[in-house]
Design a protein around this ligand. Sequence first.
Ligand code: ADP
Ligand code: MG
Length: 146
Amino acid sequence: MKIVTHSPQETVKAAEKLGSLLKAGDMIAYKGGLGAGKTTFTRGLAIGMGLGDSVTSPTFALVNEYRGKSMTLYHFDMYRISSEEDLESTGFYDYPFEDNVAAVEWSENIAEFLPKDTIYITINSIGENDREIIIEDGGRFAAAWD
Ligand code: ADP
Ligand code: MG
């Protein structure tokens, strides 16, 4: 599935739609460089999940948590993670992912530790305010998107 957006607001809207479709156990892994729009997209996911619009970059915290009634969104930034040891030190393996949703920036750094059914989202900057967003979801959301 490929979407093109022309403003941060459009990216938030697209992400909101995806957020409303997510289920416990979903893992979102972003690919895309600095300023692509990963944190912006995550803000939309949180809104779509009913968790409010307060998402900010977890760069220094490594993970931010947005708690809902039934699910928490774990928003990771793996920019500084370069080994399995680093990853373990974040406590990554101890999170209850099966009951919640996770969104991981710089997922390239932990590629081999992501589950098989991870939803990959690639964000490419194709202009100052234009972004190409590719969602690899194994066809799961195609019907909802038309
Ligand atoms: P990342 O988390 O990938 O580093 P951010 O979401 O923090 O990226 O920042 C994206 C930047 O790009 C923001 O300053 C945002 O305003 C800007 N931007 C411009 N156009 C778009 C768009 N279409 N979608 C998302 N962000 C956009
Ligand atoms: Mg970010």
